[in-house]
Design a protein around this ligand. Structure first.
Ligand code: SF4
Ligand code: SF4
Ligand code: FES
Length: 353
C-alpha cells in the first residue's frame, strides 16, 4: 500500500456546533507513527489541526488518543502495523474517550487531576527521615509491590476506555485508583488508611465493573484493574468492610435463615433505608413485570427442610476452624508482578528476577 487515509476528529468549540471528521491522505512510510502522521498533516495540509505531545518516546503520556476505537499513545503506534492489524487503508484518530474535548484531539485533564487530589498522590512519610541523612529505605521485596504501579505516566488511556466511567462520572477511575494503590502499598507511606477511606467513600471502589479494559489498554503495564483488586484486599486487611463483603454477608444470612435469597430486602439490609429507597424506581419496574413477591417485604417464606441447610452451615463452620484461611497467606499471588515485559526479561536472564 502506497497511501493511507487518516480520518481525524475535528472540533473547535469556538466555531463548531458538532464535531466532524476530516480525511487526510498520506504516503505510507516505514517507521511512521500516528504522531508523525499528525505532524505531516499539520505541516503540509492543515495547520489548524491541534493535538498534544511532548516526549515522542512513550514516556510523558501527553499524546493519548483513540485509534480505531481504542486508547493508545500516538507516538508509540506505527502506521504500517496498524494498517496490517486492522486490514484497512483508513485509520481513525479521535480524542480519548470519557473525557471532555477542548479542541480536536486535545482533551481536558483538569477533571482527572481533581479526582486524583482525593487520594493525595504524593508521598506522606510515616516517620522522619533517617538521622544519618540518608534517604528513606525499603527492601527489594517491598519495592516489588509498587514497582509496576510506579510506572504510570498519567496518559489517561485507562480512563478513556473504562466502562464504569462511561456510565458514572463519580467513579474515581482506574488511573486514580491505581495511584491510590501505588502510595497506600508503599512500605514508607504513613497515609494508608486515609487513602483507603478516600477510595471506599460512597462505594467508589466497588463501581468498577471488572471488564479489564484498563489493564488491556495501559501502555506501561501498570495493571490498573489488578491494583483495584489489591486495594480491596488491603482494605479488608485493614478491617474495613467493603460493600462486596456486606453483600456476601447478607446473602449468607438469608440462605441460613430461609434457604433462599430475599431480593426485596437485600438493598435495605445492604445500604440502609436511604440506599434501599434509592432503588425504588427499579423495584416499581420489577413489580409491573411481575417479578416482585410482596410477601418478601414481610420476610417471605422459608424453604422446607431448612434444618438440613443449617446443618451444612454448622459443618462448614467446624471445618473453617481447621482450615483457617487468612488473607496474608495469598498475598504472594495478590501482589505478583504480572507484566509480560518483566516475564520476558526474566526468561532472558535464565528465570532470575
Ligand atoms: S476493570 Fe474496572 S476500572 Fe478497569 S476499565 Fe473496567 S470498569 Fe474501569
Ligand atoms: S495506568 Fe496506564 S493507562 Fe492509566 S494513566 Fe497510567 S500509564 Fe496510562
Ligand atoms: S509524546 Fe510523550 S508519550 Fe507520546
Amino acid at each position: 500500500m502506497e497511501k493511507f487515509n487518516l480520518r481525524v476528529f475535528r472540533y473547535d468549540p469556538t466555531r463548531d456546533e458538532e464535531p466532524t471528521y476530516k480525511i487526510y491522505t498520506l504516503p505510507v512510510e516505514k517507521g511512521m507513527t500516528i504522531l508523525a502522521a499528525l505532524f505531516k498533516v499539520k505541516e503540509e495540509q492543515d495547520p489548524s489541526l491541534s493535538f498534544r505531545y511532548n516526549c515522542r518516546a512513550a514516556i510523558c503520556g501527553s499524546c493519548a488518543v483513540r485509534i480505531n476505537g481504542h486508547a493508545k499513545l500516538a507516538c508509540k503506534e506505527q502506521v504500517t502495523k496498524l494498517l496490517e492489524q486492522f486490514e484497512t487503508d483508513t485509520l481513525t484518530v479521535e480524542p480519548a474517550g470519557n473525557i471532555k474535548v477542548l479542541k480536536d484531539l486535545i482533551f481536558d485533564m483538569d477533571w482527572v487531576i481533581e479526582k486524583m487530589k482525593k487520594v493525595k498522590p504524593w508521598f506522606i512519610p510515616k516517620e522522619p527521615p533517617p538521622a544519618d541523612g540518608t534517604e528513606y529505605r525499603q527492601s527489594p521485596e517491598e519495592h516489588a509491590r509498587i514497582d509496576y504501579a510506579s510506572d504510570c505516566i498519567l496518559c489517561a488511556s485507562c480512563m478513556s476506555d473504562c466502562n464504569a466511567l462511561s456510565v458514572n462520572e463519580e467513579f474515581l477511575g482506574p488511573l486514580v485508583l491505581s495511584k491510590a494503590y501505588r502510595f497506600a502499598a508503599d512500605s514508607r507511606d504513613g497515609a494508608k488508611r486515609e487513602r483507603l477511606e478516600a477510595v471506599l467513600d460512597k462505594f467508589n471502589l466497588e463501581w468498577c465493573v471488572r471488564c479489564w479494559e484498563c489493564t488491556t489498554r495501559c501502555p506501561k503495564e501498570v495493571q490498573p484493574y489488578e491494583n483495584i483488586i489489591r486495594l480491596r484486599i488491603m482494605a479488608a486487611e485493614e478491617g474495613y468492610k467493603t460493600p462486596g463483603e456486606i453483600h456476601a454477608e447478607v446473602f449468607e444470612k438469608d440462605i441460613l435463615n430461609r434457604g433462599l435469597l430475599n431480593e426485596m430486602l437485600l438493598p435495605f439490609k445492604q445500604e440502609g433505608l436511604v440506599g434501599g429507597l434509592k432503588r425504588a424506581p427499579f423495584g416499581i419496574r420489577m413489580f409491573f413485570k411481575g417479578k416482585v413477591n410482596i410477601a418478601d417485604f414481610f420476610g417471605g417464606h422459608t424453604i422446607p427442610r431448612i434444618e438440613e441447610v443449617q446443618t451444612i452451615y454448622e459443618k462448614v463452620e467446624e471445618k473453617k476452624k481447621d482450615i483457617n484461611i487468612r488473607i496474608p497467606q495469598i498475598l504472594g499471588l495478590v501482589y505478583e508482578d504480572k507484566r509480560k515485559s518483566k516475564k520476558k526479561e526474566s526468561s532472558q536472564n535464565g528465570g532470575e528476577q
